[in-house]
Design a protein around this ligand. Sequence first.
Ligand SMILES: Nc1ncnc2c1ncn2[C@@H]1O[C@H](COP(=O)(O)OP(=O)(O)OP(=O)(O)O)[C@@H](O)[C@H]1O
Length: 561
Amino acid sequence: MLLLGLFLSAVTAASVSGYALVVREMTVLMELRDARVIWLAPAIVLPLVLIRSLSLYWQTLATNRLALSVMRDLQTAMYARLMEADFARLQGEGAGSLVSRFTNDITTLRESLVRAANNLTRDTLQVIGGVAVMIWLDWVLALLLLLILPLAGAPVLRIGAVIRKRSLSVMSQMGNVTSFLEETLSGTRLIKTFSLENYARGRSRTAFQERFQLLQAMVRDRSKIEPLMEIAGGVALAGIFAVAGWRMATGDSDVGRFLGVITALLIVSPALRALGSLAGAIQEGMGVLERVFNLLDEDPRLVETAGAKPLKTKGGAIALKDVQFAYGPEAPALNGVSLEVPAGKTVALVGPSGSGKTSVLNLIARLYDPQSGRLEIDGQDIANATLASVRGSLALVSQDTTLFDDTIAANIGFGALDAGQDAIEAAAKAADAHDFIMSLPGTYEFRAGPRGNLLSGGQRQRISIARALLKDAPILLLDEATSALDSQSEERVQAALERLSAGRTTLVIAHRLFTVRNADWIYVMDQGRVAEEGRHDDLVAAGGLYAQLCRIQFRDGDQAT
Ligand SMILES: Nc1ncnc2c1ncn2[C@@H]1O[C@H](COP(=O)(O)OP(=O)(O)OP(=O)(O)O)[C@@H](O)[C@H]1O
C-alpha cells in the first residue's frame, strides 16, 4: 500500500514537471510560426492531464486507506492497553479524557497522516522535478532559486517545533473538556434539582475560553508559515525577472527557456507552500503520536508475579494480615488492618464514612496492591496467584450497578460467559428479577440502554444480583446498596441478596446497621483501623463506637437495636 502510494505520488509529480517542458517546446514552435503546434499541443497535454488526474485519484485512495488502517490499528492497540491498565490509572484519568484520546487525538492524527501521505512525497518530488527542469533549462536561474529556498526553510522548521509542543497541551486540555462535558451532561439530574445551571455554565465558559486561547495560539503559529513561503516565492520571482532579463540581454537565454522556468516555478511554489504548512501539521501529529505512544508504552504496575499459580479455592476463607495501604502520598486509607472471614460465614464491615471499608473490598479483588501486609484466600497469598483466579473466586455487588447497553440476557450472562438461557433465567428467578423481565418488551432480549438507564435502580440491582448468582463464586463481596431504594424494592433486593449469600463466604459493607444484626461477626472500622469487633449484642453492650453508630441510626428511624 505504501509503495503503491509512493509510486502514484511519483507519477503525479513527474507528470506536472512535464508541463514546464511542454511550455518550453511549444513556445519554441510558436516562435518559429510552426503550424504543428495546433495538434501537437493537445496531443501531448491531454494525455499528461489524464495521467496526472488518474494517478491523483488513486493516490488519494491508496494513502487514505493506509492512514485509516493505521488509525484502526492504533485505536485497537490503545483500547487493548487500557483494558490491561491498572484500575487506579483508569480511575485517575477519568472516562471523558480517555474517550477524548479515541476521538480528538485520533482525528488530529488521521488528518496529519493523510496530509503527510498525500503531500509529502508528491510535493517533494514535484519540487525536485521542477528544480531539475529549471536546472536543465537555465542553471543560473535555478541556482538563484536554490539560494533563496533555505531562507524560508529555517523559520518554518522553528515554528514547527513550537507547534509540536503546543499540540500536546491542546490535546490534554481537550481531554479535560471532554471529561467536564461527560460529567455535567450525565449529571443533569443533579444540575436541575440543585439549580446548578449557572455553576455548569461558568465552568464551561472557563474550559471553552482556555481552549479558545490554546487554539488561537496554535493558529497564530500556523498562520506565519504560509506568508513566509509567499515572501520567499515573491523574492524568487523578482530575482528571476532580473536575472533572466540580464541573461537574455547577453544572449545566454531566450523566451522559451524563461517561460519554461516560470512554469516550473509556478509548479514548485504551491508545492513548497504546501510542504511548509505540512511541516506544521506533521509536528502537530507528532505531538499527538507522542501521547499515543506514551499510552501504548505504559506498563501496568499491578501485575502477576513470575510463576503465579491459580488459586485453589475451597470455602473461600479471607484473611487480611496487618495490611497497610494508601492510594497516593496522602494519609493511608488502611493502617495495619487484620481481619478474617471464615469460609461460608457472613462478616460485616461497618464504620463512619471514609473509614476504609471500600478499600478493604478493593484490595481483596486485587484492584490495588497493599504497601505491606498480606491478603489471603483459603490460606494462599493473593499476590502470588493469577489475577484471573483471584477475580474468578469472587463476585462483587456494589452500590453503583453497572449495566451495559446490551440485552438483559447478556447483562446477566457476563457472570458466566458460557451460561445458557436456562441458567440465566434460573439466576434471574433467584434474584427476583424474572417477573419484571417478562413484562419488558422483548423480555430477555430487551436492551438496557446506556448504563442500563431504561431500568429502575431496584431493577438494575436485581440484574446485578442475578449476574453474581450466575457467577456462582465462593466469595461474595457486597457493598450494601439498599439506601437508594424505596422500602418495597429494598425488601425484594434484600431477600435476593440473602439467597445470594447463602452458603458463600460473604463480606458485606453495611450502611444500615439493622441489616447486620445476623452477621456472624462484625468489624467496626475507624480511620483506617479496626476499632472494635464482635457480635451485634456484645458490641452494643460494650458501649463503644458501634453502640454509638446504632444510637444515631435508631434516633434517625432505623430499628437498630
Ligand atoms: N481512589 C481514591 N484515591 C485516593 N483516595 C481515596 C480513593 N478512594 C478512597 N480514598 C480515601 O481513602 C479513605 C478510605 O476510603 P474508603 O472508600 O475505603 O472509605 P469507606 O469506609 O468505604 O467510606 P464510605 O462509607 O463513605 O463509602 C478515605 O479517606 C478516602 O478519601
